[in-house]
Design a protein around this ligand. Structure first.
Ligand SMILES: *Cc1c(COP(=O)(O)O)cnc(C)c1O
Length: 436
């Protein structure tokens, strides 16, 4: 599979180049240039297939010429010691738990694959230094996935504020390969510094600098695998249509679902489940996208005013606007209904869900009622966050105290970065260089 920029029809780049350069120089985003039909590889898969087996089967077909079946199997085995979990709640509803990874959110799936595939792709050609701006638990997920990967150092760039969940034993000065650096500034300063470093050709050439933010195709592509996995597990129960409900902030997860559909997965629609930050719903309904000011909600990972994957989604709509209108259903859920839905899920199905998942479940019920789907559509709700990460809200909604697994408790432990610097390029490059 080759990739091109959303802003032009060429030049085409390989998966490896798209991963290692992450952003085309014209300001667009990388998208697959051609659609590969992989139907024959998963349609007949046994439902007992494990997640690494599925990844090892599908990835070499998608990445033909770049990842052979042996490499793919190594990547899948080393990335995934956790799996998605599909639970059928009733005839019309399932939940796909994507929070069983090391940091309790679905982003672990993309990050774990990225780290493993980079190690594999770099095997013959040396070194890479991966820069990522770290917010929330993304830094921990990165550190976990990249720790001990040969030939790769991972630089985590933090804005001002506490840094949590890292293990100092993995830091470069202690013999590891993780370099946490704190900027006296904001998250935007972190992202700007990363772009400046990449554009400093001399420095980035010397250290093999690349970036690994959420729009890297190496994180996006592997998110299609759990949609295929869900389909394989559910297909024998399907008699009518299949729809996925996806809690959407930057829309990476939803785009990955659309790729799975393009690759041949039989699916009839996706619900773009948003909270009060719902301006993107206008775009999905066919109106111009006019961003609105950010609103803080009780599902903070969805508090996004301009989705970073806007260009990618727009390229789907440009290609086939009428098809897309029937494929993606927008919905917007307020804080009260989110909290009520956490309670409702507990009472009706005896499951604990986090607020992001609650937005998707409430959206599924809303869209289903509006279109009178009951009885002939099966909806799979994507559970993107571990309920224990929002234990207070879940307790408030359900009256139930919930256990916080030890691995998630460790996310709360504070640690110090190896350097705290002003948000300037020379200070930043100096801090990195001092590690070598
Ligand atoms: C990041 C995140 C989302 C939003 O996913 P996008 O791909 O940005 O749409 C939803 N839920 C949780 C828990 C998240 O961490």
């Amino acid at each position: 599979m080759q990739f091109r920029s959303t802003k032009s029809s060429g030049p085409l780049v390989s998966f490896k180049d798209a991963v290692l350069h992450c952003l085309p120089s014209d300001g667009g985003l990388y998208v697959p240039d051609q659609v590969i039909d992989i139907r024959q590889f998963f349609l007949h898969m046994d439902e007992k297939i494990t997640y690494p087996e599925l990844v090892a089967t599908v990835a070499p077909t998608l990445l033909q010429g770049e990842l052979n079946p042996f490499s793919a199997s190594r990547v899948a085995e080393s990335a995934f010691d956790f799996e998605p979990e599909l639970i059928r709640l009733d005839d019309n509803l399932s939940i796909l738990n994507l929070y069983k990874g090391p940091t309790g959110f679905f982003k672990d799936f993309g990050i774990a694959f990225l780290a493993a595939v980079m190690e594999e792709l770099l095997k013959k050609s040396g070194q890479a230094l991966i820069l990522s701006a770290a917010r929330g638990d993304t830094g921990v997920s990165m550190a976990h996935a990249f720790s001990k990967r040969k030939g790769i150092c991972s630089v985590l760039v933090y804005p001002s504020g506490p840094i949590r969940g890292l293990d100092p034993a993995t830091f470069v000065p202690n013999g590891g390969n993780i370099i946490p650096i704190q900027i006296k500034g904001t998250f935007d300063d972190c992202q700007r510094l990363i772009m400046e470093t990449i554009n400093d050709r001399e420095f980035s050439g010397r250290y093999g600098v690349t970036c690994a933010n959420a729009i890297n195709p190496g994180r996006l592509l592997p998110q299609t695998f759990y949609y295929l996995y869900a389909f394989i597990k559910i297909k024998k129960y399907l008699s009518g249509d299949l729809v996925f409900s996806v809690p959407s902030g930057n829309f990476g997860n939803l785009i990955a679902g659309l790729y799975a559909w393009k690759f041949g997965m039989p699916v009839n629609g996706f619900i773009a489940a948003m909270n009060a930050n719902n301006a993107f719903g206008d775009y999905i309904r066919g109106n111009p996208f006019v961003p609105r000011p950010l609103v803080n909600t009780n599902s903070p990972a969805l508090d996004v005013s301009v989705p970073s994957n806007y260009e990618r989604l727009a390229s789907f709509y440009k290609e086939a606007p009428a098809v897309m209108r029937n494929m993606v259903y927008p919905a917007s859920i307020g804080d009260d209904l989110t909290q009520w839905t956490i309670e409702h899920a507990w009472k009706k199905y005896k499951i604990h869900i986090d607020p992001h998942t609650a937005v998707a479940l409430a959206a599924a019920e809303q869209v289903s009622a509006a279109h009178e789907w009951s009885g002939h559509v099966h909806t799979v709700v994507l559970a993107t966050g571990h309920p224990a990460k929002e234990a207070d809200l879940v307790r408030k909604a359900t009256g139930q105290a919930i256990d916080i697994p030890e691995s998630l408790q460790a996310l709360q432990k504070k640690s110090d970065p190896i350097a705290v610097i002003s948000p300037q390029l020379d200070a930043f490059e100096g801090a990195i260089a001092s590690c070598f």
